[in-house]
Design a protein around this ligand. Sequence first.
Ligand SMILES: Nc1ncnc2c1ncn2[C@@H]1O[C@H](COP(=O)(O)OP(=O)(O)OP(=O)(O)O)[C@@H](O)[C@H]1O
Ligand SMILES: [Mg+2]
Length: 455
Amino acid sequence: MQKGRILVVDDEIHMREFICEALRRRHLEVESVRDGPTALEALTQQAYDLVITDVKMPKMNGLTLLKNIKQSYAHTKVIMITAYGTIEDAVTAIRDGAFDYVQKPFAPDELMLRVEKAFEYRDLVQENANLKEQLGTRFRFENIVGTSPKMIELYETLDMVSSSKASVLIQGESGTGKELVARAIHENSPNRSGPFIKINCAALPDTLMESELFGHEKGAFTGAIKMVEGRFSLAHDGTLLLDEVSEMSPNMQAKLLRVLQEREFERLGGRETIKTNARVVATTNRDLKTMVRQEKFREDLYYRLNVCPILLPPLCERKEDIPLLANHFLQIYTKEYNRPIESIAEEALGALIHYDWPGNVRELENTIARAVVMCPEGRIGLKHLFMDEVEASPVLSFPSESKTPVTLWEIERAAIFRALQENSNNRTKTAEMLGISIRTLRNKLREYRAESVAC
Ligand SMILES: Nc1ncnc2c1ncn2[C@@H]1O[C@H](COP(=O)(O)OP(=O)(O)OP(=O)(O)O)[C@@H](O)[C@H]1O
Ligand SMILES: [Mg+2]
């Protein structure tokens, strides 16, 4: 954790000294003032990373001070000190952008915990920003969050890929951010001033798909009452995203191949040859190479699409990004649902990190969105997270020791729980130890959970 400069604002001299002393003892750089106007004056003189302020003060109360700080110094975090039993002030403060609050009377450690969290959060955000800056000022991928080695690799690839107009194939499990990455490529490409057009190749039957991609002339088929442009035309000078490209029929695969090779096509029912310069980005959550081997996907088309391959890692392979992502979504959804939630409690964050996320970032996003809805104020706790409980809970409820396992099912269950215990609930190690796949382990745990619910 990097340290920061702290400003303490309180009209009571004893309180000011108590806080300053507690912070200095931990070698933090701290200054103090006695009221809001003086605090604002101090902020014009130099930057502070954190302001710790009382709510009830003469001249300007803490909530007004908070609003002023948030308006002019968005990066300065604010921790409020509220009087005992005044939860309304805390709620208002969090809604108005305070990072956290502490209620009087408090022990120095209680305050320190919050100060550390404020600095840690600032470091995380800073790290993400620095990393992106290091990757060059030319390309920025603001919406993509993550600082794990796999994400760094991704930013580097994106940096190279975006500047060209070559076709890109983005592969990754569902919810890993394929569409997000496709949009980022467009926004950083030479075609960025052009349109970004998307078509879902899984959703449409062949004839409709053809007309959607290439357009049709008036009278091309029953109901074609006027000429309609296809997505290839609409994406001219821009990017065309072929979502779930693996689901295209062999017939459509052949038609797509021709456009990619010759860069021209005809509308359905038309004779005119139309040129396209749309950049093609395709996504799939299937292993396209295997599909080629199984002759379910054309090899020539695969190579045409896969000029620049991008493989997005599942979230369980970059767990170090979970806190940053969770906080990113927390910011988004507290704003969207107007909820005064300040943070995610330690044990809830632990459970988020512990969980395997079969639905990847989308599942994490939905989990946080739901938690924000379910949590009226304060911190998001374990009870607000609705993940598969057996998998998510860092502490599993082990079957009681009193009964000796008899049936094969019971013996197996006991062995699995013992192995989990020995491996401190680490499922990867447990699966390895038992010689089963992580998927089998996950299914077994689900089975036990269903069983315990049924009992
Ligand atoms: N690295 C990331 N940073 C921030 N948000 C992310 C990240 N990855 C994914 N998301 C978010 O997760 C959600 C799912 O992402 P997206 O739709 O791009 O996934 P996908 O791989 O296309 O999924 P599917 O295969 O199911 O279509 C989106 O809301 C997206 O913004
Ligand atoms: Mg998608």
